[in-house]
Design a protein around this ligand. Structure first.
Ligand SMILES: Nc1ncnc2c1ncn2[C@@H]1O[C@H](COP(=O)(O)OP(=O)(O)OP(=O)(O)O)[C@@H](O)[C@H]1O
Ligand code: SF4
Ligand SMILES: [Mg+2]
Length: 375
C-alpha cells in the first residue's frame, strides 16, 4: 500500500474555557512540554486520520463534536481561542507541526499578518514554515462551512481566488486571471468581470460556495478539504453544489476530506468514513461496513436514525452529547448515552482496536451484534 497523500497523527487541540479560567484549573501540557495557563482545556486528545491520492474520506458527527477542529487544526488554521498542542500533519513528504506559529514567536508583525489572514480564512499564507505554505498554497483547496464569512470582506472575489497562486507560483497575473475565469466557468458561475470584481456581500450563499470551489480549483488541487460545504444552503442549492463537488472530484481525481453531520450525504461521496464523537474518531471503516455492519453503538444509532432504515418512526440516539470541554477522558465518552454500557465503560476509556476491517473505540465492539442496513 503506498503512503497516504495526507496524514494527521495524534493531533491534540485545546480551547479556552471561561469556567476553568475562573476556577484556575491548570491547562494541559503540550507535546513540547509547555504547561498551558489556566483556562485552556484539551478537547481533541490525539486524533489520527489519513487519505490516499484520489480517495474520499468522509467525516461524520453531530454538531460541536470536534470535526472542524480536526480539519482546521491539522493546517494550523484555528481561530483564536483554540490552539494545537501536539501532533503532526504530513502532506506528501513534508511534515508540519501545526502549533500556533506565534507561540514562542517574537515577531509582532508576522503574528498580526498571520492572524488577519487566518481570520479571513481564505489563505494559507502566513505559516512560519515556508515550504509547507507553498505546498498547501498550491496543492490544497478548502471549502469552509461559512461560505460568505470565509471571504475577506474588502478584497474582490477574483483577486482572492488567485491569491495563493500569486504568492506561491511564478505565474503571471494574466495567467492567474485566466485560471480564475476558467474555474468560475467550471463551477457554473458567469466568467464575467462583474463577478471577478464582486465583493462577498454581493454574493448569495450558494454563489459564495461555488466561488469558493472555483478558488480551490484554480490551484488544480490534489487534495480538497471540504468542511460542511452544504451548511446553511437551501436544499436545491445544496443538491447542486453536492453534484458539482462530486463531479469535480471524479473528473480531477482529487483526494478529499468531506465533513458533514449527515451520514446519508457522506455515504454518497466517501470511500471510507470516520465517525466522530466527543472529539475522537470512534469508528473508522469503509462506507459498506459503516452502513451494514456498524461496530460502535453511536454509529449504529446514526445508521438507525437515517430515514427509511427503521420501520415506523425514526430511531433517535437518547440523551445529549456533552460539551468537549466537560468530557472526562477517564471513561468512554458515550457511556451515559449507550444502552450497552457496563462497569468497564464507566471506569476505563476504550482504546482504538481493530475488529474485522474496522477501527473502533469500544470495549465491547467484538461482541456486540449491532443492527445496520440490511442487504
Ligand atoms: N476557537 C475556539 N475557541 C473556543 N472554543 C472553540 C473554538 N473552536 C471550537 N471550539 C469549541 O470546540 C467544540 C468543537 O467545535 P467544532 O467547530 O470542531 O465542532 P464541529 O463538529 O465542527 O461542529 P459543527 O458541525 O457545528 O460545525 C465546540 O464546543 C466549540 O465551541
Ligand atoms: S465502550 Fe461501552 S459505553 Fe462506550 S460505546 Fe462501547 S459499549 Fe458503549
Ligand atoms: Mg464544524
Amino acid at each position: 500500500m503506498p503512503k497516504p497523500l495526507f496524514e494527521v497523527k495524534d493531533l491534540r487541540v485545546a480551547v479556552v474555557d471561561d469556567f476553568r479560567l475562573v476556577k484556575g484549573l491548570p491547562g494541559p501540557v503540550t507535546d513540547d512540554g509547555e504547561q498551558l495557563e489556566p483556562g485552556w482545556v484539551e478537547t481533541l486528545p490525539g486524533v489520527s486520520y489519513h487519505v490516499h491520492e484520489g480517495e474520499v474520506l468522509g467525516m461524520v458527527g453531530e454538531s460541536a463534536s470536534g470535526k472542524s477542529l480536526m480539519l482546521m487544526g491539522a493546517f494550523g488554521l484555528l481561530s483564536s481561542g483554540a490552539r494545537v498542542i501536539g501532533g503532526t500533519t504530513r502532506y506528501r513528504d513534508h511534515v508540519y507541526q501545526p502549533f500556533h506559529p506565534w507561540s514562542g514567536e517574537d515577531d509582532e508583525g508576522l503574528r498580526r499578518e498571520y492572524k488577519e489572514r487566518r481570520v479571513a480564512g481564505t489563505t494559507t499564507a502566513g505559516y512560519t514554515d515556508d515550504a509547507w505554505a507553498e505546498l498547501v498554497g498550491t496543492e490544497v483547496g478548502f471549502l469552509f462551512q461559512d461560505p460568505i464569512g470565509s471571504w475577506t470582506p474588502d478584497i474582490v472575489i477574483g483577486e482572492q481566488s488567485g491569491e495563493a497562486l500569486a504568492e506561491h507560483t511564478n505565474l503571471s497575473i494574466k495567467e492567474i486571471e485566466e485560471r480564475v475565469f476558467d474555474a468560475l466557468g467550471e463551477v457554473g458561475l458567469p466568467k464575467s468581470g462583474r463577478l471577478f470584481r464582486a465583493f462577498r456581500h454581493e454574493l448569495s450563499r450558494g454563489m459564495a460556495q461555488r466561488a469558493m470551489l472555483a478558488a480551490a480549483l484554480t490551484k488544480a488541487p490534489y487534495l480538497l478539504i471540504a468542511d460542511e460545504p452544504l451548511n446553511g444552503l437551501d436544499p436545491p442549492v445544496a443538491a447542486g453544489i453536492m453534484e458539482l463537488i462530486m463531479d469535480m472530484q471524479a473528473k480531477r481525481g482529487m483526494a478529499m476530506v468531506f465533513v458533514s453531520h449527515d451520514l446519508a450525504v457522506v455515504a454518497r461521496i466517501a470511500d471510507r468514513v470516520a465517525v466522530v464523537y466527543g472529539g475522537e474518531m470512534v469508528e473508522h471503516a469503509s462506507v459498506t461496513d459503516i452502513y451494514h455492519h456498524p461496530k460502535h453503538p453511536y454509529t449504529a444509532g446514526l445508521v438507525g436514525s437515517l430515514p427509511g432504515v427503521t420501520p415506523g418512526r425514526l430511531r433517535t440516539i437518547d440523551g445529549e452529547a456533552q460539551l468537549l470541554v466537560d468530557i472526562d477522558r477517564g471513561l468512554c465518552s458515550f457511556a451515559d448515552r449507550c444502552s450497552y454500557a457496563t462497569e468497564i465503560c464507566r471506569s476505563v476509556a476504550p482504546r482504538a482496536s481493530v475488529v474485522g476491517a474496522t477501527e473502533v473505540r469500544c470495549h465491547h465492539a467484538a461482541d456486540l451484534d449491532l443492527p445496520g442496513i440490511r442487504g
